[in-house]
Design a binder for this molecule. Structure first.
Ligand SMILES: [Zn+2]
Length: 281
C-alpha cells in the first residue's frame, strides 16, 4: 500500500499483563486456555520425574508431554492468527517493537518468556499483513515505556507502576497505552507520515498525510515533539521543518531532501541530520 493511502495507524505494545495494548487503549488479554494448559503440562512433567528413566512408563509419559506441547503450540498459533487478522482488518499501518533490539537494550528485566511467543506473533502478523497489503513497521523499543507520549519527558517507572503520570505535562494514562503511542509515533516518523496529535490519541480514523515521495505536504500542524531518537536510526534520514502558515515536520531521505531544497529554498529548515552537512540554516 502506498504511504499516502494510509488512513489508519496503530501502535502495539506487548506486555506482561496483557498480551498486547494498542495506542487506542484497547487490550488483548493473554488466553486463559493457554494458562490452564500450562498447569496441565507442569503436572505431566512432575509425573515424568517420578518415573524410572528409560522405562516403558517414562516413555509413555514423555509421549504425553510431547502431545501437550503440540496442543499448546496449536492453541497459541490459532490465537496469534486471530489477533493478527483482527488488527490487519482495522488498520493500514501497524507499528510494533523490534524485539531483537529490546533484548539487548533491556538487561534488567527478562521478557524472555514472552519474547518467543511475541516474536512468532510478529512473524504471523507480518505474513497476514503482506497478504492484505498492510504495512508493519518495526521500531526501536528503547525507552518507549519510560518516555511521555505527549511531551517526551522521561518518566522512570518500575514494572509494578501501571500508570504513566507525567510531572511536566500532566498526562495520565495506562503505561502500556503510553508505550503503544510512543511506538506508533516512532513508526510514523520513520516512514515519514504526519498525523495530528488528536487523531493519534483520539482513536478515530486518522487523516494521514504522506510526506514521502519527495513532497512535503501541508499536513495538519504538529506539536513540537521529541525528536531525539532520529540520531539512532540508520541513515540517511533528516528531520525537516517547513516554516510557513502551517508548521510541518517530516522525516525524509536524501533524494527527497535535495528536491525539497530546490522547491522551497527559503522556508526549509533542517532540524536534525546525521552529519549536519545539509541545509543547516
Ligand atoms: Zn508529558
Amino acid at each position: 500500500m502506498p504511504l499516502d493511502e494510509v488512513k489508519t495507524a496503530v501502535g502495539i505494545d506487548v506486555g506482561l499483563k496483557e498480551f498486547l495494548t494498542t495506542s487506542e487503549g484497547k487490550t488483548v488479554p493473554i488466553q486463559q486456555t493457554y494458562r490452564k494448559t500450562q498447569a496441565h503440562l507442569a503436572r505431566a512433567q512432575r509425573q515424568l520425574a517420578r518415573k524410572e528413566k528409560g522405562s516403558n512408563r517414562a516413555n509413555k509419559q514423555k509421549n504425553k508431554i510431547a502431545r501437550i506441547h503440540q496442543r499448546i503450540g496449536r492453541i497459541r498459533e490459532n490465537f496469534h492468527y486471530n489477533t493478527a487478522h483482527n488488527l490487519v482488518k482495522k488498520y493500514d499501518l501497524i507499528a510494533v517493537e523490534d524485539l531483537n533490539i529490546k533484548g539487548l537494550a533491556r538487561t534488567k528485566l527478562s521478557k524472555s518468556i514472552l519474547d518467543a511467543a511475541w516474536g512468532k506473533f510478529i512473524n504471523i502478523l507480518e505474513s497476514v499483513a503482506v497478504k492484505c497489503s498492510v504495512r508493519v513497521v518495526k521500531v526501536n523499543p528503547h525507552g518507549t515505556s519510560q518516555n511521555c507520549s505527549n511531551c517526551g519527558t522521561k518518566v522512570p517507572k518500575t514494572l509494578s507502576m501501571r500508570l504513566h503520570e507525567c510531572p511536566k505535562c500532566g498526562l495520565a494514562m495506562d503505561r502500556d497505552e503510553n508505550a503503544a503511542l510512543n511506538i506508533l509515533d516512532r513508526a510514523l516518523n520513520e516512514v515519514g507520515l504526519i498525523l495530528s496529535r488528536q487523531c493519534v490519541a483520539g482513536g478515530t480514523p486518522v487523516e494521514a498525510t504522506a510526506a514521502a515521495r519527495g513532497g512535503l505536504v501541508d499536513g495538519q500542524p504538529r506539536a513540537a515533539r521529541n525528536f531525539r531518537w532520529f540520531f539512532r536510526w540508520k541513515p540517511p534520514s533528516y528531520c525537516l521543518q517547513l516554516t510557513g502558515e502551517n508548521v510541518t515536520r517530516a522525516l525524509v531521505c536524501v533524494s527527497d531532501l535535495l528536491s525539497l531544497a530546490i522547491e522551497f529554498p527559503k522556508c526549509l529548515r533542517l532540524l536534525y541530520s546525521h552529519k549536519n552537512t545539509y541545509l543547516a540554516r
